[in-house]
Design a protein around this ligand. Structure first.
Ligand code: 13P
Length: 342
């Protein structure tokens, strides 16, 4: 294992002012996104949409890495350049989603286990050959009356660590994503408790399975009240509780925490990240690895039409720029308005 290379890649992904675009929607997820704008999901429409994102001029100032889905890693830009090559030529690191999705966990109603470990060593080797330099595996933890169970937390943490060890062995930086879903009517305290418990399991398994902490990135949820809770916390409270939780569990050796947006509005995802970075210094870089919060406006502007490509690229560029500002606590709501009137 080339530890130095892993550390360099991880550091480049969380370079100052930059973050990750998660464009690794599975076929079923991208179909849902396309359904929302009335576009049929075909191999070509998916390719065209990803092409639009990846060829957005200037976005490399704000985006350090892009997570791809298996199909996309093998596709090409309109001029025939393979997507991983195109990204690399612009200084953006290609990554790959390697899990095979969350499936029902046996004998545990309402809970899931993420699959995809069988044959993973061989797939990672192939992905590295195709140009991927980092990987992603997402575990899903739901909050409910009697869940998550200890069983669900530890089986998912065990699988995350197995994936992380295999990724490092193959020379890919593992993005370790234990996502505690933000759905539900629970208060922020419950999110804190479950996120804390989840991180405890994840970092115990990572250590037990010899994963090198300097060569991973953590991709977690933020600590906030469930979306249906009547008591929503302020951006400052979300930032404070999230940092308090992470300080308890995430070793300072981990170079970066790259948050998922998880269904927050685009502006909330930016404002919460900004509030965290506006606080005192933290031992890790605090960045973004957003899917919906970087793409929602672009998708809406695109509508599957060639003549809207530029407008969609402007929308994506704008969100990338706003989140880049949030990396240093320099974002303000006025920046959003200035951009709209510019
Ligand atoms: P969202 O930011 O839309 O939650 O997606 C991030 C992601 O990659 C989830 O796995």
């Amino acid at each position: 294992m080339d530890i130095q290379k892993l550390e360099e890649t991880a550091a480049a992904i969380v370079a100052e002012g930059k973050g990750i675009l998660a464009a690794d929607e599975s076929d079923s997820t991208i179909k849902k996104r396309f359904d929302s704008i009335g576009v049929e999901s075909t191999e070509e429409s998916r390719r065209a949409y990803r092409d639009l994102l990846f060829t957005t001029e200037g976005v490399e100032d704000y985006i350090s890495g892009v997570i791809l889905f298996d199909e996309t890693l093998r596709q090409t830009s309109a001029d025939g350049t393979p997507f991983p090559k195109l990204l690399e030529s612009r200084g953006i690191i290609p990554g790959i989603k390697v899990d095979k999705g969350a499936k029902p966990l046996a004998l545990a109603e309402g809970e899931t286990i993420t699959e995809g470990l069988d044959g993973l060593r061989e797939r990672l080797e192939e992905y590295h050959g195709l140009g991927a330099r980092f990987a992603k595996w997402r575990a899903v933890i739901s909050i409910g009356k009697h869940i998550p169970s200890e069983y669900c937390l530890w089986t998912n943490a065990h699988a995350l660590a197995r994936y992380a060890a295999l990724s490092q062995e193959a020379g890919l930086v593992p993005i370790v994503e234990p996502e505690v879903l933000m759905d539900g009517d629970h208060p922020i305290e419950r999110s804190f408790e479950v996120t804390s418990h989840t991180l405890h399991a994840v970092f115990t398994e990572l250590r037990d399975q010899r994963v090198h902490p300097e060569g991973i990135l953590l991709k977690p949820n933020m600590v906030l009240a469930g979306y249906d809770s009547p008591q929503q916390a302020s951006n400052e409270d979300v930032a404070a509780e999230t940092i308090r939780c992470f300080k308890r569990h995430v070793p300072a050796a981990v170079p970066g925490i790259v948050f998922l947006s998880g269904g927050q509005s685009e502006e909330d995802a930016t404002a919460n990240l900004n509030a965290m970075n506006a606080m005192d210094d933290h031992p890790w870089q605090l960045s973004f690895s957003y899917g919906r919060a970087l793409q929602a406006a672009a998708l809406k502007a695109w509508q599957g039409k060639e003549e809207n490509v530029e407008a969609a690229q402007r929308a994506y560029y704008h969100r990338a720029k706003m989140n880049s500002a949030a990396r240093s606590g320099m974002w303000a709501p006025e920046l959003e308005r200035e951009a709209v009137t510019a």
